[in-house]
Design a protein around this ligand. Structure first.
Ligand code: GSH
Length: 196
């Protein structure tokens, strides 16, 4: 089993944090997606993270990889025991905010002539509204570590710090207080994004 990932992907970091919390040895290979044509065969979407060489073949999309890795570990409460649609919706929200952050970064990386400030504004609105919604809901996962919504929220906020900056804290002090602790957990410290 091997994880294709990269140093700046929040989706990949989420998988790695879960693997550490689960006590799993997860060999990783850093790839540059734009140059990793070989990845097309494993994941036709050519996205990271992608987990290869599992007994079930290739597994992709971070949410599926996380569920798979959690199934390999003794149950420490990564997922609720019974269907919990609030939990699932929270995870989808966090994943959607990550998508907006990654898309914003992609747009900002374009040459100025082809960059769309309007698109960047849409992504930034989505980030702000998404973080505000997470802040309103934060009691639902405040004491839940290492449940997956708490891991995902911590990785998301670290990604926002990394790509956007620390100002989200002004509107979301409760979430900020929580992240001050969650963001320093050993699994988070071991997977930090590089210095911007
Ligand atoms: N829904 C996917 C999203 C993965 C994703 O967007 N990965 C980004 C890196 S953060 C990527 O591979 N981007 C490469 C590209 O778009 O070419 C997941 O949860 O794994």
């Amino acid at each position: 089993m091997r994880l294709y990932t990269g140093p700046t992907t929040p989706f990949g970091r989420m998988v790695e944090v879960l693997a550490i919390e689960a006590g799993l040895e997860l060999p990783r290979e850093v790839v540059k997606v734009t140059e990793a044509r070989f990845l097309d065969e494993a994941n036709p979407l050519r996205l990271i993270p992608t987990l290869v060489d599992t007994p079930h073949g290739t597994i992709h999309d971070s949410r599926v990889i996380c569920r798979y890795l959690a199934s390999l570990s003794s149950d420490v409460g990564f997922y609720p025991a019974a269907a919990d649609w609030r939990f699932e919706t929270r995870l989808a929200l966090i994943s959607g905010i990550m998508d907006a952050g990654v898309a914003r970064q992609g747009e900002r990386s374009r040459p100025e002539a082809s960059r769309s400030e309007a698109a960047i504004a849409v992504f930034e609105r989505r980030l702000a509204k998404g973080i505000a919604a997470l802040d309103r809901d934060f009691q639902a996962f405040a004491d839940a570590w290492p449940r997956m919504d708490a891991i995902a929220a911590a990785v998301l906020l670290a990604y926002v710090d990394f790509r956007v900056g620390p100002r989200w804290r002004e509107a979301s002090p409760a979430l900020a207080g929580w992240f001050a602790v969650a963001g320093e957990r050993a699994s988070m410290a071991a997977t930090r994004f590089p210095a911007p």
